[in-house]
Design a binder for this molecule. Structure first.
Ligand code: ADP
Ligand code: MG
Ligand code: MG
Length: 251
């Protein structure tokens, strides 16, 4: 599904190298967690997967279903089935959340040569999923993310994900700023999407999200490299001992 090979990347503007040889293979149906200290390059990795242009890949490759996506524009990646939920969801003033969701779904359908959804069918799908994620009709009428609380933004993000049914979901710090109830709602939303065909990469600094979204594999990213890989118990170890060991090791 996803194969990251010796990925090196830097900030386009000033040439600072952030990723220094990341290797990661995620098979269909698997949930991988990427943990690591602040500043280790976790968000950078998610931006590069999304195709954000502020970064330059200098070495290595990213394969999605066996094909390199490095030359693909962000929209192409999205319609190919890659979904990124960002640490800081962007606000879209002037566009109602509902309208945004409909255009996102239809853009994806168009790229795949599928017909546009009828309004009733779209409404049916949105209402169905919005209810599960506690996204209210009021939120759907408001501009996307504008004035949303941290929890509302994350729930809206997962709603988008649920509607687009991506084959690869990447969640960057989806737990940040969430209280325990919002965390549970978001985690349930993500868990509902788990399937043998779909892969998920959960990026998180803290272990607590992984109590709710239980990963098959846990990786530690430190200074732009994966320095340790283990099972779900690795997350508990990190919770107990912190990242000091890895910060030192990669220096
Ligand atoms: P993490 O998500 O693990 O906390 P980031 O990927 O956000 O780490 O950042 C890794 C490092 O790269 C940090 O030192 C950060 O300051 C730097 N960095 C990331 N993106 C940029 C950018 N666009 N401009 C300048 N520095 C950046
Ligand atoms: Mg950070
Ligand atoms: Mg980050």
């Amino acid at each position: 599904m996803l194969e990251i090979k010796n990925l090196h990347a830097r900030i386009a503007e000033d040439g600072t190298e952030i990723l220094r040889g990341v290797d990661l293979t995620v098979k269909p149906g698997e949930v991988h967690a990427i943990m690591g200290p602040n500043g280790s390059g976790k968000s950078t990795l998610s931006y590069i997967l999304a195709g954000k242009e502020d970064y330059e890949v200098t070495e290595g490759d990213i394969l999605f279903n066996g094909e390199s996506i490095l030359e693909m524009a962000p929209e192409e990646r999205a319609s190919a089935g890659v979904f990124l939920a960002f640490q800081y969801p962007i606000e879209i003033p002037g566009v109602a959340t509902m309208t945004f969701l409909k255009s996102a779904m239809n853009a994806q359908r168009k790229a795949r040569g599928e017909e546009e959804l009828s309004t009733p069918e779209f409404m049916r799908r949105v209402k169905d999923k919005a209810g599960e994620l506690q996204v209210t009709m009021d939120m759907l009428k408001r501009p996307l993310n504008v004035g949303f609380s941290g929890g509302e933004k994350k729930r809206a993000e997962i709603l988008q994900m649920a509607l687009l049914e991506p084959s690869l979901c990447v969640l960057d710090e989806t737990d940040s700023g969430l209280d325990i109830d919002a965390l549970r709602v978001v985690a349930e939303g993500v868990n509902k999407l788990r399937s043998p065909e779909r892969s998920t990469v959960v990026i998180t600094h803290y272990q607590r999200l992984l109590d709710h979204i239980v990963p098959d594999v846990v990786h530690v990213l430190s200074k732009g490299r994966i320095v340790k890989t283990g099972g779900k118990e690795l997350a508990l170890e990190l919770e107990k001992n912190g990242y000091a060991e890895f910060v030192g090791a990669a220096a």
